[in-house]
Structure formats: structure tokens, C-alpha cells
Design a protein around this ligand. Structure first.
Ligand code: NAP
Length: 276
């Protein structure tokens, strides 16, 4: 069972399947991350906002797996967009995660609160200093990305956005492809919402896989990067076992046609939450 790698626009590679730790309590994060590493995951997606970077770092250190064999992403929290705070917090995340982050993202554009262009210039500095080995953004719309293209030097390696069968994001994914920005799909199973969908359960029955496996496989065949979250060991394993079957073109089209522009999370154009 080999997880394919995706090559980013800076030449680095990222495993296409990872493990997400959003909403895992800090006290459960070390165990959950160790379970994922035992199953075979080598890509972990965390964030300062999740409050569990330290525990992810501890799990990696305890796992006995060399740090360089694990790809770790973290994200700049919304309260740290001032350029100096961005630098400081990029270094903090790196320290907690074994000395560097493989990928560091601006978590949200929060463009109604503060201009993200100076923040991105700090991200570029973190990249040049090797503190973040790749840099990218999350929840950026095309108009945000256009500003970075016009006013900064480095093209983000990834844009991490909400994508699942009820929100297929084909336009923004196409923008990414045209500009060399890989798409990472967050909440890939829409936090469970799509698993009872008739089309998905029908296909799952036909291919002999679970609904979650079918949806994750759909993402993989579309070429996006995914990192489902689970604190349930059997599901962590199940979500990893998606490389021994293929969906037909018809199945792919049927799943994509479930799109109804349904967000489970905030709208990036209006989200302006900044922690106190
Ligand atoms: N950049 C952003 O703004 C952003 C926003 C949201 C998420 N993310 C990232 O994306 C990752 C994944 O998104 P997510 O955690 O929101 O949602 P998700 O992975 O789509 O769904 C997680 C939920 O589905 C359940 N689940 C997992 N595998 C399952 C399976 N095989 N069968 C049935 N249920 C299953 C989990 O339950 P149990 O845990 O109880 O098993 C949990 O309730 C996050 O952890 C985070 O790393 C990023």
C-alpha cells in the first residue's frame, strides 16, 4: 500500500494522503498521531488554531520515525498576521514540530481585518530561512491569489480549501492547476455529512468499499491532497486503505455531480474571527 507523492511548485514532495488533527483534544492528540504513524501515514496536518501542535511534535519525536520521513503542515493563526508576529509564530510552530515545518500556511485570508500581502512577505522570509520548507495559503479565493501574484515573489505551493462531493470547488481547483498551486481538500468527507448520500452508498456497495473510502478515493483520483481526521483506530486504518481499488469515470462523474455549493465551514470572504 503506497501513498502517492505530489510534487509541489518548489520541487518538494508531499504524500497525497495525510492525517488531520482538527478538533482532536490536546490530551488525545499524541495517541491519535502515533496511531496514524503506526498505520503508515507520513503526513500530518495541524495548526496553531487547533491547540495541538506540541502534542503532534511529541508524537513524532516518540515514534522513532526519522523527522525527515514525516511531512508536517502547520498554519499561521489569525491573530498573528502582523509581519513580525507572523515571523515569530512561524518559528514557534517550527520549534514545536521538530525544528521546521514542511509546509506552513496562512490559515485564513481575513482580508476584512488586515491586508495579507505583508503577511505573505513574512511567509516568504520563513521559506528563505528554511524554517518553513514550503509555504502556502488556506481558504484563499482566486481574487486573493491574484493579489499575491501581482504583489509578491513566491507563488503559494498549495491552497488548502474546503472540498467534498457537496462542494466540488471546480473553478478554484482549475485556477490552482493553471497557476501551479496544488489543491488540498479540507473536511474531505464533509465531517461525515456525505457518507449517507444515496449515490455514495450505491457506489460503495458496488465496489465493496465503505462510503468514506469511496469519497477519499474520489479526491485522490481528482489529484487533490487529503487528510481525513479520526480518533477511531479502525477508521484511521480504513481511511488509509484506498489504494487497492479504482472508481470508474462514471462513478467519478456521479460523485462530482452531487455538488450543491454547500459549505460546512465559514465563507472565506466574510470569515473575520481573530482569537482574543
Ligand atoms: N484549513 C482549514 O481551514 C481547515 C478547516 C477544517 C479542517 N481542516 C483540516 O482538514 C482535516 C479534515 O477535516 P475535518 O476534520 O474537518 O473533517 P473530515 O476529515 O471530513 O471528517 C472527520 C469526521 O468524520 C468522522 N470519520 C472519519 N473517518 C470516518 C470513516 N471512515 N467513517 C465514518 N466517519 C468517519 C470522524 O469521526 P471520529 O473522529 O469520531 O472517528 C470525524 O467526526 C482536519 O483535521 C484539518 O487538518 C482544515
Amino acid at each position: 500500500m503506497t501513498v502517492p507523492n505530489i510534487t509541489l511548485n518548489d520541487g518538494k514532495t508531499i504524500p497525497q494522503l495525510g492525517f488531520g488533527v482538527f478538533q482532536i483534544e490536546p490530551e488525545n492528540t499524541k495517541e491519535a498521531t502515533l496511531t496514524a504513524l503506526e498505520v503508515g501515514y507520513r503526513h500530518i496536518d495541524t495548526a496553531e488554531m487547533y491547540g495541538n501542535e506540541k502534542e503532534v511534535g511529541e508524537a513524532i519525536a516518540e515514534s522513532g520515525i526519522p523527522r525527515e520521513e514525516i511531512f508536517v503542515t502547520s498554519k499561521l493563526n489569525n491573530g498573528f498576521h502582523e509581519p513580525d508576529a507572523a515571523l515569530e509564530n512561524g518559528k514557534k510552530s517550527a520549534d514545536l514540530l521538530g525544528g521546521y515545518t514542511d509546509l506552513f500556511l496562512i490559515h485564513w485570508p481575513i482580508a476584512t481585518v488586515i491586508d495579507f500581502v505583508p503577511t505573505w512577505k513574512s511567509m516568504e522570509e520563513l521559506y528563505r530561512g528554511g524554517i518553513a520548507r514550503s509555504i502556502g495559503v488556506s481558504n484563499f479565493q482566486a481574487h486573493h491569489l491574484n493579489r499575491l501574484a501581482a504583489e509578491t515573489t513566491i507563488t503559494p505551493a498549495v491552497n488548502q480549501i474546503e472540498v467534498h462531493p457537496y462542494l466540488t470547488q471546480d473553478e478554484l481547483r482549475a485556477y490552482g492547476r493553471e497557476h501551479g498551486i496544488a489543491t488540498e481538500a479540507w473536511s474531505p468527507i464533509a465531517q461525515g455529512l456525505v457518507l449517507d448520500d444515496e449515490t455514495i452508498t450505491r457506489i460503495a456497495g458496488a465496489v465493496g468499499k465503505s462510503p468514506a473510502q469511496v469519497v477519499l478515493r474520489w479526491h485522490i483520483q481528482r489529484g487533490d491532497i487529503v487528510f481525513p481526521k479520526s480518533v477511531t483506530k479502525a477508521r484511521v486504518q480504513e481511511n488509509f486503505d484506498i489504494f487497492d481499488f479504482e472508481l470508474s469515470d462514471g462513478d467519478m462523474t456521479d460523485i462530482s455531480s452531487l455538488d450543491k455549493s454547500h459549505r460546512t465551514g465559514p465563507d472565506p470572504d466574510t470569515f473575520d474571527y481573530v482569537p482574543a
